[in-house]
Design a protein around this ligand. Structure first.
Ligand code: XBP
Ligand code: MG
Length: 249
C-alpha cells in the first residue's frame, strides 16, 4: 500500500498537539537491539550453551517480545536442547541484562537522531512525557542515565516496563497503565514506536502512533500508524517527506 507523503510539519503538529508523548525504548529512543543481541550471545556462552543468534535469527526472534519469552521461544524450537526451567531462563536473562548494562556503559549506543531535541522541546513547552516499554527498568536506566544524565527520570510522568504488567506488547497493557497513571485519554496522547508489535499495543489502547523506522523492523506493516518517519530529526528539518497512512485521520 503506497503511503501518502505528509510534510514533516504535519508530524510535528501531531507531536505538539498531544497531551502526552509516550515513548517506546528499544529501537525508538536508541538502536539498542543490536546490543541486546550481543548480550544474549554473551549470556549463552557464559551459561555453556552453544547458541548464537546472528542478526537474521534475531530479526525473526524479535517477533517475540520480552527477553525471557524470546529465550523460551528459541529453546522450544530446538530439536536437541538441555532442559531449561523457568528459573534457569530467569537466571540466563539476568546474566544477559548484566552484559547489556556493560555494553551500554561503553557509550556505544547513543540516542537516535532528533530524540534529545524532541525531549528538550517537549519539556520546554511543558508537555507531559512517559515511557511504555517491554524491556526492564534496569535497562531503561542504564540507557537513559548515560544519555540524559542521572536525573533523567524526573522528566517522565510515568514509566511502565515489561514486567510491570501481565501481558507484554502487542497487548495494550503497558499503554493502558500509562493512561491510568497520567489520567489521560488515549486519543489525546501520541505514542512513538518502531515496531508492529508496538503499533498494535498502542492502537489497542486507542492511542495514535507515530512510527520511526528502526534497524530490525524497517519492513514491518505500519498501515495503522498516523505517520511514519525515518527518524525524529525529520521534525526539525524538511529532510525527507514522511509517509502518512492513507486512512489515517
Ligand atoms: C523491545 C523488547 C525487549 C528487548 C530486550 O522492547 O521486546 O524484549 O528486545 O529487552 P520495546 P529485555 O518495547 O522497548 O521496543 O531482554 O529486557 O526484554
Ligand atoms: Mg521498540
Amino acid at each position: 500500500m503506497q503511503a501518502e507523503a505528509i510534510a514533516p510539519a504535519d508530524a510535528a503538529e501531531l507531536i505538539r498537539n498531544a497531551a502526552a508523548l509516550i515513548f517506546d525504548v528499544d529501537g525508538t529512543l536508541a538502536e539498542t537491539e543490536e546490543l541486546h543481541r550481543r548480550a544474549f550471545n554473551l549470556a549463552f556462552a557464559r551459561h555453556g550453551l552453544d547458541w548464537h543468534w546472528d542478526r537474521a535469527a534475531y530479526k525473526d526472534l524479535l517477533r517475540v517480545t520480552g527477553g525471557k519469552e524470546r529465550i523460551r521461544a528459541f529453546h522450544t524450537r530446538q530439536w536437541v536442547a538441555p532442559r531449561l526451567s523457568d528459573a534457569d531462563i530467569a537466571e540466563l536473562h539476568r546474566i544477559k541484562t548484566a552484559h547489556y548494562a556493560e555494553l551500554v556503559e561503553t557509550g556505544c549506543c547513543s540516542l537516535r537522531p532528533g530524540v534529545a531535541e524532541l525531549l528538550a522541546a517537549a519539556k520546554a513547552r511543558g508537555q507531559r512525557l512517559a515511557i511504555a516499554t517491554t524491556t526492564s527498568h534496569g535497562n531503561i536506566d542504564a540507557l537513559l542515565s548515560r544519555a540524559l544524565g542521572p536525573r533523567w527520570a524526573a522528566d517522565f510522568g510515568a514509566i511502565v516496563a515489561g514486567d510491570d504488567v501481565k501481558h507484554k506488547k502487542p497487548a495494550p497493557d503497558v499503554y493502558l497503565e500509562i493512561l491510568a497513571r497520567l489520567k489521560l485519554d488515549g486519543p489525546d496522547c501520541l505514542a512513538i514506536e518502531d515496531s508492529a508489535n508496538g503499533l498494535i499495543a498502542a492502537s489497542g489502547a486507542n492511542i495514535p502512533v507515530l512510527i520511526t523506522r528502526s534497524m530490525f523492523f524497517r519492513d514491518d506493516d505500519f498501515a495503522a500508524a498516523r505517520a511514519v518517519l525515518d527518524d525524529l530529526s525529520e521534525l526539525g528539518g524538511s529532510k525527507t517527506k514522511t509517509e502518512k497512512q492513507p486512512h489515517a485521520q
